[in-house]
Ligand binder design. Structure first.
Ligand SMILES: [Zn+2]
Length: 132
């Protein structure tokens, strides 16, 4: 992927990260108010964001998303962004536009989902015995 496109995705991901951190910051702030504040410096957003406990306070879903976006930014920095984790081929730009945090090309993703489904069905069956 050329530099210009990498910069485009970097901007996209940084924007997303910013939004997520802002939302998570608000959530953490709400939690702090509920717990009557044992937060050292609530007005300092920068220290809030770099606080290593920060991610523990926010919702699981947001935390996962933030981690994913950060990992994608890491991949841009180390030159592996847009390369499938599983087969090593390029992930299509169309797919990256929709899901810039993805680590799998559409073929591998489809295959993985299929495998998960098969495993799930096996799991259901092995629990077995119920008529539904
Ligand atoms: Zn692949």
């Amino acid at each position: 992927m050329d530099q210009e496109k990498l910069l485009f995705f970097k901007g996209l991901l940084e924007g997303r990260l910013h939004t997520l951190l802002e939302e998570a910051g608000k959530a953490a702030n709400d939690m702090r108010q509920e717990s009557n504040g044992d937060f050292p410096d609530p007005t300092d957003r920068a220290s809030l964001e770099s606080d290593r406990n920060f991610l523990l306070r926010i919702k699981d879903r947001e935390r996962k998303l933030i981690t994913k976006v950060k990992e994608a930014l890491d991949r841009i920095d180390n030159g592996t962004f847009g390369i499938c984790d599983s087969c090593g081929k390029s992930i299509s730009e169309k797919r990256l536009m929709v899901r810039p945090v993805t680590t799998l090309c559409i073929e591998c993703k489809t295959e993985r989902e299929h495998q998960e489904q098969v495993e799930k069905q096996r799991g259901t069956r092995s629990r077995g015995g119920f008529p539904y």
